[in-house]
Design a protein around this ligand. Structure first.
Ligand code: ADP
Length: 359
């Protein structure tokens, strides 16, 4: 099992160093290998020497709060901005030395919706296929296939501005596939989507991975997205990779397998000390006045003792729940704070009017 890393260079992580050498994929060459990559804007280091590799056929997630450096990483890997130092190798090509070869082999879905609203779905795809020099005879077939893959076949002749936000996102994904790339980069693929459309996009990406044998690298600040979609996750914070592993490995790397969330009816500075003394407890995190998350290796025993303790002190519990460790706990463990506190704003883009609405 890969041990999750908790530093940027991966020196404490045998799994990571193996992955960078391409051994963990069972393939002579990983789809993506990033080695000690740095991006500086003037004196500011946005990416501070990050290492990871992505195996062929894997969905790999960069998870972190806004400003962590995820987009900067993806933009370097996709040749959009120069690398300050270090290397990114994509499908065997160095992004700094052979950017054209990299561009031919990748599909990129940027955060912003960029398809032309005044064109039809088909026209948007056709322009892209031409830009990528897809031979004329192949274009029609590719367009039909990608529309099928994203479930937009019956909207082929529709004007893009008549599509809903979720459908437009699917069109962007189809457009990124029209030249049949091997490696797909998606920057925040579901930001701005409603929960139903988000789940539909996850299902679609999973199906695409299998049916087209794609490798995917995506950035996200949604825990659930990383958990449900990604084979492995790299947690990025302040330009540094702080942990890397499968969702299960990451959760197992946090001491304690359950989280007891408790709310007392009154705040008391003694609560953390008392909670730490209960059996199985590995950490106590203060949430807000009187609310604590208690990480424990034995949820049921800790809960029983907690209730007994409160009763013996004559205190009342307002709420109590026991859950399994989540990626939230992983994030807190490696960064010292909660990802949901870091959410600032969703990327702003204008949702198109609903189908049939007057402009
Ligand atoms: P994320 O995608 O994780 O939200 P970004 O990669 O966009 O983070 O940004 C990482 C850091 O780099 C942020 O502090 C951001 O302000 C800074 N940054 C990004 N682009 C530039 C730029 N062109 N010039 C200066 N600083 C930048």
């Amino acid at each position: 099992m890969n041990t999750p890393v908790n530093n940027a260079t991966g020196t404490r992580d045998s799994g990571l160093s193996q992955a960078v050498n391409g051994k963990s994929s069972g393939n002579s060459q990983p789809a993506i290998a990033v080695e000690n990559i740095v991006k500086r804007y003037g004196n500011f280091e946005a990416v501070k020497g990050v290492n990871f590799s992505v195996a062929n056929g894997e969905i790999f997630g960069l998870l972190g709060p806004n400003g962590a450096g995820k987009s900067t990483l993806i933009r370097m890997m996709t040749t959009l901005i120069p690398v300050t130092s270090g290397k990114a190798i994509v499908a065997g090509h160095d992004v700094s030395k052979d950017s054209d070869a990299v561009r031919r082999i990748i599909g990129v879905i940027p955060q912003a919706l960029t398809s032309d609203q005044d064109l039809t779905v088909e026209e948007n795809l056709s322009i892209y296929a031409k830009l990528y020099s897809v031979p004329r005879a192949q274009r029609e077939k590719n367009i039909t296939e990608v529309l099928e893959a994203v479930d937009l076949s019956k909207w082929r002749k529709a004007q893009t501005k008549t599509l809903s936000g979720g459908m437009r996102r699917r069109l962007e994904i189809a457009r990124g596939l029209v030249h049949d790339p091997r490696i797909f980069f998606l920057d925040e693929p579901t930001t701005g989507l409603d929960p139903v459309s988000r789940i539909a996009v996850w299902e679609m990406l999973n199906n695409l991975k299998k049916s087209r044998n794609l490798t995917m690298l995506l950035t996200t600040h949604y825990m659930e997205e990383a958990d449900r979609l990604c084979d492995r996750i790299a947690i990025v914070d302040h330009g540094t990779l702080v942990a890397l592993g499968t969702p299960v490995e990451l959760k197992q790397s946090v001491p304690g397998s359950n989280v007891v969330e408790v709310q007392f009816n009154r705040e008391d500075p003694e609560w953390p000390t008392r909670l730490r003394k209960l059996s199985g407890v590995t950490d106590v995190q203060s949430q807000s006045a009187g609310v604590y998350r208690v990480l424990t290796s034995n949820g049921s025993q800790t809960t029983t003792q907690l209730v007994e303790m409160a009763a013996s002190l004559g205190e009342t519990l307002t709420s109590l729940s026991v859950q399994n460790t989540s990626l939230d706990d992983v994030f807190v463990h490696y960064t010292g704070r909660q990802l949901r506190d870091e959410q600032v704003k969703a990327v702003s883009f204008i949702m198109p009017p609903r189908p049939g609405a007057q402009p």
